[in-house]
Write a protein that binds this ligand. Structure first.
Ligand SMILES: CC(C)(COP(=O)(O)OP(=O)(O)OC[C@H]1O[C@@H](n2cnc3c(N)ncnc32)[C@H](O)[C@@H]1OP(=O)(O)O)[C@@H](O)C(=O)NCCC(=O)NCCS
Length: 194
């Protein structure tokens, strides 16, 4: 496989990436545990926050010119209330928290260090913050769509220095693949003190 180039994009450089990021999100998040039945046009609109927020960054992985993976980050204070709420309830100062959005990588490119590079590049953007944080969906162990050989990312995240925070939970609603309407899911935060 050719060498994959990792690049950090900020400000105006993010806008031209949004349609490719939307494609990747919809493709990667269709799989367990997200099972997200997404729409690229909606996704592109949602991702605009990264182009418009000071301090935000998108890390892209390219194979030649083609984007094969991406990862996002921005100050938690610029995120919707649903993500801030658990921190506010726990009396944690959200101005000190740098939030990691999605990491999405085409399956053919996994297991060769790109996910590790995404964490490193996002932490480099977190200067001035005390903590980095992200959240991940929780699915029951007996979920009917859990693949038999599924391995969750908990060890991968622990190896990057992150701790599960069972007291920091939020709720989001989306339509799962194969379902007729959107349902609420619980997501748990993971944090790292820088
Ligand atoms: C999360 C995701 C981006 C991880 O990407 P990845 O590139 O496969 O991860 P990496 O290869 O960097 O790391 C996986 C492991 O392989 C190791 N590894 C394998 N090959 C490697 C190489 N050539 N160089 C360095 N590390 C390597 C890493 O060290 C790591 O092991 P560790 O945790 O024991 O240190 C990818 O699995 C993905 O897109 N998943 C679906 C979407 C998702 O769940 N996203 C997260 C929530 S938004």
């Amino acid at each position: 496989m050719p060498r994959i180039k990792i690049e950090t994009c900020t400000g105006a450089a993010i806008s031209p990436l949004l349609s490719e990021l939307a494609r990747l999100r919809v493709e990667v998040f269709r799989a367990f545990p997200y099972l997200y039945d997404g729409n690229p046009a909606y996704e592109e609109d949602y991702l605009r926050i990264y182009a418009e927020t000071p301090g935000a960054a998108v890390i892209v992985a390219r194979d030649e010119k083609r984007i094969v993976g991406a990862s996002t980050c921005l100050p938690l204070s610029s995120q919707p209330g649903v993500l801030q709420k658990p921190f506010l309830a726990a009396r944690i100062d959200i101005s000190k928290i740098f939030y990691f959005g999605e990491s999405v990588l085409e399956a053919a490119y996994r297991g060769r260090g790109i996910g590790v590079a995404f964490f490193r590049a996002r932490e480099e953007q977190a200067g001035g913050f005390e903590t980095t944080a992200f959240c991940a969906v929780q699915r029951p162990d007996d979920h009917p769509l859990r693949p038999k050989n599924y391995v969750d990312l908990h060890e991968f995240w622990r190896h990057r220095g992150y701790h599960a925070r069972p007291e920091l939970l939020c709720t989001m609603a989306w339509q799962d693949v194969g379902e007729a309407e959107s349902t609420e899911k619980t997501l748990q935060f993971w944090t790292k003190t820088l």
